[in-house]
Every structure is written in C-alpha cells, then in structure tokens.
Design a protein around this ligand. Sequence first.
Ligand SMILES: Cc1cc2nc3c(=O)[nH]c(=O)nc-3n(C[C@H](O)[C@H](O)[C@H](O)COP(=O)(O)OP(=O)(O)OC[C@H]3O[C@@H](n4cnc5c(N)ncnc54)[C@H](O)[C@@H]3O)c2cc1C
Length: 341
Amino acid sequence: MANEFDLIVIGSGPGGYVAAIRAGQLGLATAVVEKDPYYGGTCLHRGCIPTKALLHTAAMLDEIRGSAKIGIAVAAPELDLAKTHAYKDGVVAKNAQGVASLLKKNGVTGLHGTGRLKGLHTVEVERDGETATYEAKHVLIATGSVPRDLPFAPADGRRILNSDHALGLERVPSSLTVLGAGAVGCELASIYASFGSRVTLVEMLPRLLPLEDEEVSAELARAFKKRGIKSLTATRVTAVAAGDSGVSLALEREGGERSELDTELLLVAIGRAPFTAGLGLEYLLARNWSAKIEYNYLDLGTDVLSFNPGPVLIDIDQHLHAVKFGVNYRFDWGGPVVARY
Ligand SMILES: Cc1cc2nc3c(=O)[nH]c(=O)nc-3n(C[C@H](O)[C@H](O)[C@H](O)COP(=O)(O)OP(=O)(O)OC[C@H]3O[C@@H](n4cnc5c(N)ncnc54)[C@H](O)[C@@H]3O)c2cc1C
C-alpha cells in the first residue's frame, strides 16, 4: 500500500467519512484512519442510529399497548431485550457496511488503528503494538467526542451510566434517573419509560430540551408527564452515592430547597467532550502558531484562519463545523482545505 496521500482523515464518523468520500470523488488520494473496528463513529455505533432503532421498538410497544383503543385486541406485549438489541445491532451493522462500501467505491483507503500526528504532514497509525507512518499533503481531524462525566461521579457502567452504556443494557432497570434533559437524555428517558422503567429526568436549567424553542419544551414536558416520566427542572445533583443496590442522589432546586432521590441506575447525559487526547496536537503549538489547546480542543487563531499556511487541523462535527465557545468556523475560505461544501 502506498504510504503517501493527498488527504488523511483521522476519524470515520459522519464528519470524517463524508469528507473522505467527497475528497475521493474529487480525485484526491485519500485515506481514513479509524481506531474502532468499524467505520461510522459515534452516530452510527453509539448515537443516532442505535437510539433510533431502540426508539422504534419503544414506539411499537406503545402502539401495541394502545391498540385496543382503535379496536385491535391483542395480548399485552412483552419486551425481549436481547432480541431488541439484536435488531438494533443489525441496523447498525447494515449501515456500517454501507459506509465501508461507499468509502471503497470512492477509492478511499482504510487505515485501521489509532492515528497520531507526528508532524504537519505525517500521521502515525498504531494497531496492536505495530506502527506505520503515512505522509499526506493535508490532514483532517474528525475525531469527534466522548460522553462527559460528572466530575464527582464518573460513569462506571454499573450504577452510573453514560449513553454508551445505556444503549446496551442487558435488562430494564426498575428505576432510572436521567441527569440532563438535552436530546440524548430525553430520548433515552423516553425509551426506558416505554420499556417499563420508572423514569425521572433531572435538569439544571428551567425546562426540558433547554436549547430548543420553548414551545417544544412545553409540549415534551406535557407528553412526558402523561406517560409518567417525572421531570425535575431547575434542579441540580449535588452528590451521588452509588451502592450495591442502587444510587442515592442529593438534589438542590433553584432557590435552595434540598431533597434526596434513590434510583436503581443513574444515566448521566450532560453533554459530550471533544476527543483530541493523544493526537499530537501539541505539534502545532511548537510551531508558534496562534493556536492553543483548551479543554482538549484546538483553538485556531485568526492568523491561521486567514493566512492558512498549511493543513488546517481542527475538530469538526457532521456539518463540517467546528464549534468553540459558540463560534462557528466554517470551512468556506479558499485555502487548500478539501472538505468544502
Ligand atoms: C446517544 C446519541 C444520540 C444521537 N442522536 C443524534 C441524532 O439523532 N441526530 C444527530 O444529528 N446527531 C445525533 N447524535 C450526535 C452525533 O452522533 C454526532 O454529532 C456525530 O457522531 C459527530 O460526528 P463526528 O464525525 O464529528 O464524530 P464521531 O461520530 O464521534 O466520530 C469520530 C470517530 O473518530 C474515531 N477516532 C477518534 N480518535 C481517533 C484516533 N486518534 N485515531 C483513529 N480514529 C479515531 C472514533 O473512534 C470515531 O469513530 C447523537 C449522539 C449520541 C451520543
């Protein structure tokens, strides 16, 4: 295999694989580096797709439960969680095959292993203790993100879960408290409520889905209430004690009112952290460019953005945007960046 490319993309989530495919279509010799066994990233393996498969099962369950109302008498449905996961995994596998064949069809070389920047044009790929070095005119970092932990109670996969754990639970918990009522928290709360858990949502801000329009939050709050999902908004978790039989939470409402809540499992869905650790981004800093790493995120200075002296290294999402403190840098200037749209 040739070790020289026009573009190496590190990370094969929707940001990375779309960019790699487009680069392939534009005739560039392109490679994509992926540390997971399959292409597709968070969205395909631990995000959008598996949640939608579980939501489908949950919606079917609810429809069947309500079918008598429209004149269809059936026995009470039973959830077979193992089969539900098999269905979900099948959907994911089919889509992963689709991504792999799109990459292949567009001439993109797959490099399996963990990518690390060894220079502005050099990427080292490590797999099972073996390393190989590749050269590229351009490097695009699309390494995505990982679930953010509560600083005082990191996820352990047993009592304190993150979304990765919640997508693969082997049994339905009797009670589940979901911390964080963003899209991920609300989707998983909805799924497990349909599956039979007693679900409580705890949100620090005054409403569910705080980033959406107020009307959407109000509608969701109504729908959740009707389904027995309890929402505690304007409420913070101040302490977490995980034991053998469950988790005890100390809560504090805005205004100072305190309470306690016991739950079998706690799901922490308070957002995601950019994943750039170990990538070798410090190389940029050594070049004295006005770039700095904060919270593991690469912050490019205006000189880099306007002068664009080489490959632009920046973490992107599936819309090819890099978001830092609310500022969107789009890849829409006329430099040598390949992932334009
Ligand atoms: C539960 C959940 C549900 C979601 N639902 C939706 C939804 O319905 N709709 C929606 O639009 N979005 C949804 N999202 C968000 C969506 O998953 C992300 O926005 C999207 O995956 C970001 O794409 P990305 O390419 O930037 O990163 P990712 O998808 O995270 O991909 C990054 C890839 O880089 C790889 N990688 C990282 N470091 C290295 C390295 N050094 N070397 C090699 N490979 C590396 C990782 O293994 C990963 O495969 C959801 C997220 C979650 C968690």
